[in-house]
Every structure is written in C-alpha cells, then in structure tokens.
Design a protein around this ligand. Structure first.
Ligand SMILES: Cc1cc2nc3c(=O)[nH]c(=O)nc-3n(C[C@H](O)[C@H](O)[C@H](O)COP(=O)(O)OP(=O)(O)OC[C@H]3O[C@@H](n4cnc5c(N)ncnc54)[C@H](O)[C@@H]3O)c2cc1C
Length: 327
C-alpha cells in the first residue's frame, strides 16, 4: 500500500553528503526526510563515546579549501559545533619524525559526529531504517526498509558509499555501473585507553610504514573527555589483508604496531576495534554527484568528489542544486 505521506525527496544516508543535500533542499522549501540504517547521524564521521574517553574512529579532522566550505565552517565555529584542533602533528617515514603540514584542522564538538547532528537539526530523520529496495510507484518511488516500513517520494537520493549504492541500483543500470566501478578500501580502527598520558611528543602522526597509517591522541582534540585515548588506523593494504580477522586479533596487532612506533611499553586499560568495510574510495569519480533527472534518482557521497568530509559536503550541495533546478 502506498503511504499517504509523499515526500518531495527521500534521502537515504545521514552522513555528511546526505545531510548537506537535505539542508539545501529544505532551505529551498522542499519536503524532505532522511533515513539511515544506523542509530544516529554521522556515517563515517563517527564518535564512540565513553565516560572516561571518546574516540573519533572514522574521519579524524577536516580542512576547508573552497570558499563555500570555508563560509559554512565559519557558521559552525560560531555555533560551537566545530573547533580548531591544534594538536602537534608529525609524519614518520620509518626512520625519522618530521612536522606535518601546518594546514588548519577542524573537529566536530564534542566529537566528529557532533557536526552531523547539528546539520540534522530538526530535519525529519528515521534511524534504524535500512533501505532494502525501491520500486516505481506512479511518477515517484516506493521505498522498502528492512524493518517492514515503507515511504513514498517523488525523488530519491542515495548518499551511501559506492558499493552500498550499487547494490540497491538493480533497476538503474547506468547509475549502478558508475557506482559499481568505484572500489572502496577497508580500514581497521583500534581504540586504546590508558590510565596515564603517554610520553609522546606528538598528538597525531601519519605513519608511512608497517601496519599503521595514522595514530592520534583523541583527548588532545577540544571538547573530549580527559582520559588518555589513542585512536589507530591501519593502512588500507594491512586492513585488506586482515579484513576477515577477529577483532581481538586485530586489536593485539595494532597495539603491537603502536608499541613499536612509540618505543613504549604499552599497558592499555581498554582495547576495542571497528572495521570500516568501505572507508575511502581508491579513485573517486570526481564528478561531484550523479543525477538522472528522468528517473528522479541522485547519488551523492565522497566517492564522487574527493574522498573527504569537504568533498562529501560539496557533493550533497551539488546534487541539491540539480534537484532544485529540475523541480
Ligand atoms: C577511517 C576513516 C578515516 C577518515 N579520515 C578522514 C579525515 O581525516 N578527513 C576527512 O576529511 N575525511 C576522512 N574520512 C572520510 C570521511 O569520513 C568521508 O569522506 C565522509 O564522512 C563521507 O560522508 P558520506 O556522507 O559520503 O558517507 P557516509 O558518512 O558513509 O554516510 C553514509 C550513510 O549511509 C548509511 N547507509 C548505508 N547503507 C544504507 C542503507 N541501505 N539504508 C540506510 N542507510 C544506509 C550509513 O549508515 C551512513 O550513515 C575518513 C574515513 C574513514 C572511514
């Protein structure tokens, strides 16, 4: 049965791309709702929060390169949902540490997901709604979610990682082929809590050797609990090679790699891991977004625009502009 409530646009995916798209559409007066399979907004801008420590286990920080994104950043700084991270960032080449670029880095408050929650604001959002399929319904679409609920919309936006979008696009071979052509590599994240601060002269390090690609003292970011918390990211090659390993095995391996990098004997109070199956596009399409005006389906996401937070934001805005122009 068709739901009575027909949306102008249904947006599936409450990450940065879906939310920036939703905001721009709502500002243009369209009736929009956002759906996500997770319990909250943020997608890969994710934060795991505890009493003693918190971990941004996906995106670490973001930079602002375009004037439009820099203007949005100013409004988020003014709203207190973003703050500069002035951590000491270095790079390790296997023999030496060197200071990494001085580009200004920003983080969400009180965690990376805080910015997405701000963007979500009062938007209508259904969490724990995983889109299973969608089918033609008159001039629009009927969406079926895995919890048995349905929704009806005139236009549909999929703001999902490329492989997850491709899996849903059976009836749209052109869009499906473009999404299916983008490989997204995995990333294992390790989250370590320590009783005392580690004696390291840096707060973040790009690691260009061995299993790790990045380590960061999460509590050096503004607004985080004070407990000593280190976030580790494995390289995409290591993550791919260990993609099916058990969490405790991965935790031990990442802890050992961090001990080797730091030269410290590490006595972690807590070790946990998270596997990002679709962390970053190996070769983003760099087309901004995709929109089939005839079908009324658009795709947004970082895999269409630079593989980063700023690119995801811009992708959502570009898609919104196309939808508004076609409405
Ligand atoms: C480990 C890691 C480190 C990173 N580091 C940085 C960094 O330091 N700086 C930076 O700028 N970028 C970084 N990134 C990239 C950044 O996180 C992404 O570019 C950005 O968050 C992508 O936003 P998005 O909206 O395109 O996708 P996502 O954030 O992935 O949002 C997609 C949403 O779709 C939902 N979803 C998926 N399938 C379904 C379905 N069937 N039904 C309903 N909902 C569904 C998901 O739950 C998710 O919320 C990193 C990413 C990772 C994983």
């Amino acid at each position: 049965m068709t739901p009575l409530h027909v949306l102008d646009v249904a947006i599936v995916g409450a990450g940065m791309a879906g939310l920036s798209c939703a905001r721009a559409l709502v500002e243009a007066g369209l009736k929009v709702a956002v759906f996500d399979k997770a319990r909250g907004a943020g997608g890969r801008m994710a934060t795991r929060r505890g009493e003693l420590a918190s971990f941004d286990h996906g995106a670490q920080y973001f930079t602002a390169r375009s004037p439009d994104f820099a203007a949005a950043l100013q409004s988020w700084l003014a709203a207190g949902v973003v703050a500069p991270w002035r951590g000491r960032i270095v790079a390790w080449d296997g023999s030496n540490f060197s200071v990494a670029g001085e580009e200004a880095r920003y983080v969400g408050q009180p965690g990376m997901s805080g910015l997405c929650r701000h963007l979500l604001g009062e938007l209508e959002c259904a969490s724990q709604h995983k889109l299973s399929s969608f089918e033609r319904d008159g001039a629009g679409w009927r969406l079926d979610f895995d919890n048995g609920e349905t929704a009806a919309c005139r236009k549909l936006v999929l703001a999902l990682p490329a492989p997850q979008a491709a899996a849903l696009l059976e009836g749209q071979p052109d869009l499906q082929a473009q999404a299916a052509g983008v490989v997204m590599s995995p990333c294992w994240a390790g989250m370590l809590r320590f009783a005392d601060p580690l004696a390291l002269a840096f707060d973040g390090c790009f690691v260009n050797q061995g299993p790790l690609s990045w380590v960061a003292r999460n509590n050096s970011k503004p607004g985080r609990p004070k407990g000593e918390a280190w976030l580790l990211h494995a390289s995409s090659a290591w993550s791919q090679a260990h993609v099916k390993d058990k969490e405790d095995q991965v935790g031990r391996a990442l802890l050992a790699a961090f001990a080797e990098l730091s030269g410290l004997t590490l006595d972690a109070q807590e070790v946990s891991t998270h596997r990002w199956l679709y962390a970053q596009a190996e070769a983003p399409l760099e087309v901004g977004c995709l929109f089939d005006a005839k079908a009324g389906i658009g795709l947004a996401g970082d895999w269409l625009n630079g593989s980063r937070v700023e690119g995801a934001w811009d992708s959502g805005r570009q898609l919104a502009a196309k939808i508004i122009a076609a409405s």
